[in-house]
Design a binder for this molecule. Structure first.
Ligand code: HEM
Length: 276
């Protein structure tokens, strides 16, 4: 009996662990729902136009997009868009613990595809930014380029630790890769949250180079990375109070993210899936 009490975790600690884990699950389910809406948009808008052979339609959204006669750049753009579907859908499946537990071979194969896709989509993206351009100014170009470089680094580290069977370290680098890969998605969700919160495009700028855009060009992946580090720290060595505080903060952030997802879905994605 004494031995059982000595080894059992304190009640508040296990409750705190459960609260933290539940907040992580809530965050993931909300993000996954939003990422699947992004997948629906990319496949239906870009895929639909491609099936009709109407590649010019891509430029309804893109700034440096399809260029008639620019074969290499167009192939790279098409590859980038196709891989965007694969990586966004595959990433959400990769983080489902039940799949890891019950279908490990699937997790391993999907992981290999995910990491390879992360490398190729980032290299394609870097090529596109510096040859065709994007909306906005230098900050957006430098911000997304740094995002691409960090994806390359983290994806390689996640792979290395998986090969070394150091699963705890692999998990940390894989989660960092997921946050970085989700940077372009967070960009859209955060942008719409900001616009909704301010009742208009405050700080966006006429050339899409206003103070908020400059900040969010880097913040869209650095802020999620910082939140992830705080989550992992409190999960690994936080006190019960730290864990309850982290869980509460994550619930608030998830609510804000849900508003941004709804904004992006209603304002950017669904109108192009179901044009009026
Ligand atoms: C890794 C995850 C990524 C995903 C899922 C992704 C997805 C997309 C999508 C869906 C578009 C079409 C724009 C839209 O309809 O909203 C796009 C365009 C683009 N992406 Fe990515 N992307 C990723 C990473 C990157 C990176 C790392 C870079 C640069 C280093 C990059 C550079 C670009 C560029 C230059 C465009 C064209 C923009 C334009 O012409 O207006 N992407 N991407």
């Amino acid at each position: 009996m004494t031995a059982t009490l000595a080894t059992a975790p304190p009640l508040s600690k296990s409750l705190a662990d459960r609260a933290l884990s539940a907040s992580g699950t809530l965050w993931f389910l909300t993000a996954a729902a939003g990422q699947w809406m992004f997948v629906l948009y990319i496949s239906s808008f870009y895929g639909g136009a491609a099936v009709q052979g109407n590649f010019e339609k891509w430029n309804d959204v893109l700034v440096g997009g399809y260029v008639a006669g620019g074969t290499l750049g167009n192939i790279i753009l098409a590859g980038h868009l196709l891989l965007a579907v694969t990586i966004t859908a595959g990433g959400t499946l990769q983080l489902i613990p039940q799949i890891r537990a019950r279908a490990l071979p699937f997790h391993r194969w999907n992981g290999r595809v995910y990491i390879l896709t992360a490398l190729v989509i980032s290299l394609f993206g870097l090529y596109m930014v510096w040859t065709r351009g994007t909306a906005g100014g230098e900050s957006l170009r430098i911000g997304i380029s740094l995002n691409g470089i960090l994806i390359l680094v983290c994806a390689v580290l996640a792979w290395r630790y998986a090969l070394a069977r150091d699963i705890a370290t692999h998990r940390r680098w894989a989660l960092r890769t997921f946050m970085l890969v989700s940077g372009v998605w967070f960009f859209r969700v955060g942008l719409m949250l900001w616009i909704l919160a301010n009742h208009g495009p405050v700080g966006i700028g006429r050339d899409f180079d206003g103070p908020f855009v400059r900040f969010w060009s880097f913040g869209c992946y650095l802020v999620p990375l910082i939140v992830l580090e705080l989550y992992l720290r409190s999960q690994e060595r936080g006190s019960a109070t730290d864990k309850f505080a982290a869980a509460a903060a994550l619930v608030v952030l998830t609510a804000a993210m849900a508003v941004g997802i709804l904004g992006a879905a209603m304002g950017m994605w669904l109108p192009r899936v179901m044009p009026a």
